[in-house]
Ligand binder design. Structure first.
Ligand code: GLA
Ligand code: ZN
Length: 668
């Protein structure tokens, strides 16, 4: 029967082939059905410019097929062979400080290196041709965790071409970058240099004298890496039009505009490596952000560790039950595949202490193996029940990579302003109320939501304000915050009063912005509710039609609005003028939820520490209850529910610490 993909990164090339049989046996014992292979094998496949040798990969692919394990076949272009760097140094990146790298590490080819693109294309073409009809081939895995940036001369030249295409003329470019500031007017394209520590930046990636230049370079760098991906994608599609293609992402990873990338990816996949102290709602947020890249489609959890990582300062073991709990958290939020890094633990180099299904001891008699095997058995038991089921939300949070870049490149008002942190605060408030949230880009339709929240949407791109206006006019609730609506897509301030194009919808004018140094705060007084602490930034604003809901409690702007709500058309537009604490945000979410009638996932009281989510398939609802707490928790239902994992039918459940239940309303 069909079931979720289950397995992980498998690097048999690191081992003598005599252990491969044992690997197959243990993978099957763990009820695994997918292996990601060939991620870092380029040097083995190609020993010099002209000699390719696929014999080992042939053997691996055949072995997988014989054992009924599907291949998530990587193109292997994530790390180039040493001979290539020696012969063609253009493949080596130049870093932010202007230093040319030597051969080493991985994931660091210059994306505009002709050598890299040429050899990568050749390799991918050979792979595609060779394995196009192989019975093990299930999905293509392009490269691995694309990322980073390059500031070499080739990238600089390509940047000028990219700019020329974007602006068409230096006049337009000078206007967009406001180059009359500090005597920067450009008269020839080759006067433009890459923005790094040798040019516009001073010591850090976030301090630049010219936001316009640095912002465009971030766009350009993301596009350059995307072009490498697209090159491989097109080759693969030409040979195997029906085999899906993915590349593994990293959640809220700043350098790449994943929303732009997602358009060229068949299935979203991502790697989840929370630390022991990462809040569970932050992990949930990353899953939802990744799911939102292709809304309505399941994603793959391409990597997680079954037990430890090696690269964190302190690599705590996942406690018993935690791997299972985190795997179900991914499924609960839309994953249809659970894969690990990795199947067998390396014996050398930096990942030899990274967790794996098979430990150095070499057999399956370990806690980690047993947990993986018993989770594998559960996935087999679930079969295809949850495959392709949907997560539906009435609330959307707007997330925009370019806004993220621009916001954090801004010089002032506060260096502590973090986009993801502010977004997470809102996400977390909904999470604590058990309200499902989708993430949407600024380009997406908003009509299917009751509430749209756009935290610190500093940059308003063309058409966005109009879209929000229509959404609110027709009855939607829009929420935005301090430091929103400030600039256009060029990072030029929208004149005529903040928050620019959102001013009319919000019915306010922000006159000044106060930055609060660390350790200082102000107060939000919400009559009829409570007093809450706020920090970071405080907007000093004047209502222009909006109702004042709460005011500041301190300082010379005591009594000025801290929270406003503007009735607009059939809907409402809220403005949160400062960064309120978690209690305040929970109250705000509760107020809005009762105002618009948001449904919570589950009919019943859910104790704190238990996460509840829902996936829907063919009209049936599957509720996931995940006990992240260290205590046993009991949940009372309204009506009888069937627990898919235990087959019990009951009106309540007792979940042990780290316990999971998947419930379907019983037909009784
Ligand atoms: C990343 C990589 C893997 C491996 C793991 C280790 O996600 O994609 O190759 O290095 O980290 O945690
Ligand atoms: Zn480069």
């Amino acid at each position: 029967m069909k079931k979720m993909a289950y397995g992980g990164d498998y690097n048999p090339e690191q081992w003598e082939s005599t252990v491969w049989n044992e690997d197959m046996k243990l993978m099957k014992q763990a009820q695994m059905n997918m292996a990601t292979v060939n991620v870092f094998s380029w040097a083995l496949l190609q020993r010099d410019e002209v000699t390719y040798d696929f014999s080992q990969l042939d053997e691996i692919m055949d072995m997988l097929a014989e054992n009924g394990i599907q291949a998530c076949l990587a193109t292997g272009t994530a790390m180039y062979p040493a001979w290539m760097a020696k012969a063609y140094p253009d493949i080596l990146r130049v870093d932010f400080d202007g230093r040319k790298r030597k051969y080493g590490l991985r994931h660091n080819a210059c994306p505009n290196s002709p050598t890299y693109r040429l050899f990568a294309a050749k390799l991918v073409e050979k792979l595609a041709n060779r394995y196009k009809s192989h019975p093990a081939l299930a999905i293509w895995h392009v490269s691995n965790e694309y990322g980073g940036d390059c500031f070499c001369e080739r990238c600089e030249a390509a940047f000028r071409v990219w700019l020329n295409k974007k602006y068409g003329s230096l006049e337009k470019l000078n206007e967009a970058w406001n180059t009359s500031f500090w005597s920067h007017t450009f008269y020839a394209w080759d006067e433009i240099v890459a923005p790094n520590n040798l040019s516009e930046h001073l010591g850090s990636e976030t301090f630049t004298a010219f936001q316009g230049i640095s912002l465009d370079y971030k766009r350009f760098n993301s596009d350059s890496l995307l072009a490498c991906y697209q090159m491989e994608y097109d080759i693969l599609k030409a040979y195997t039009s029906d085999v899906p293609i993915t590349t593994n992402m990293m959640g809220a990873y700043k350098p790449l505009d994943y929303q732009k990338w997602a358009k060229f990816i068949d299935v979203i996949s991502w790697d989840n490596y929370p630390s022991v102290d990462t809040p569970v709602s932050e992990v949930a947020m990353h899953h939802d952000l990744m799911r939102g890249l292709k809304s309505g489609q399941p994603f793959m959890l391409m990597e997680q560790t079954p037990s430890v990582t090696n690269w964190q300062p302190y690599n705590a073991l996942k406690r018993p039950g935690v791997m299972r709990l985190q795997s179900y958290q991914a499924i609960a939020r839309g994953a249809d595949a659970i894969l690990f890094f990795q199947i067998r633990r390396s014996i050398g180099a930096c990942e030899k202490f990274h967790g794996a299904l098979i430990d150095h001891v070499g057999h399956g008699e370990t806690r980690v193996f047993r947990e993986c095997a018993s989770f594998g058995a559960e996935l087999s038991q679930l079969g295809d029940t949850l495959l392709d089921s949907q997560v539906l939300a009435e609330v959307a949070i707007v997330f925009d990579w370019e806004n993220w870049w621009a916001l954090e490149l801004s010089s002032g008002p506060s260096r502590d302003l973090s986009y993801t942190k502010e977004v997470w605060k809102y996400y977390d408030a909904f999470y604590r109320k058990q309200i499902t949230v989708d993430f949407v880009s600024v380009d997406e339709a908003l009509e299917r939501y009751k509430v749209v929240v756009a935290p610190v949407l500093y940059m308003t791109k063309p058409g966005f304000a109009e879209k929000v206006k229509r959404f609110v006019e027709r009855g939607g609730t829009f929420v935005t915050t301090f430091f929103s609506g400030i600039v256009d897509e060029r990072d030029l301030v929208i004149r005529g009063g903040y928050p620019g194009e959102l001013r009319e919808i919000l019915g306010i004018w922000v006159e000044e912005i106060d930055a609060l140094p660390p350790g200082t705060d102000n107060e939000i007084i919400w009559p009829g509710k409570d007093r809450y602490s706020c920090s970071l930034l405080c907007d000093l604003l004047h209502p222009e039609g909006a109702e004042v809901k709460a005011v500041y409690g301190k300082d010379f702007y005591k009594g000025m609005p801290a929270l406003t709500c503007n009735p607009f058309g059939e809907g409402k537009a809220w403005y949160v003028a400062t960064s309120g604490d978690g209690v305040f945000l929970e109250e705000l979410v509760a107020t809005i939820a009762s105002d618009v009638g948001l449904s919570s996932i589950f009919n019943g009281e859910i104790p704190a520490g238990v996460e509840a989510t829902e996936r829907i398939k063919e009209g049936k609802s599957y509720v996931f209850l995940l006990n992240h707490s260290t205590e046993e928790q009991s949940v009372q239902f309204c009506g009888k529910y069937l627990d898919l994992l235990t087959s019990n039918i009951s009106t309540y459940i007792v979940l042990e610490s780290k316990g999971v239940a998947i419930l379907r309303k019983a037909n009784v």
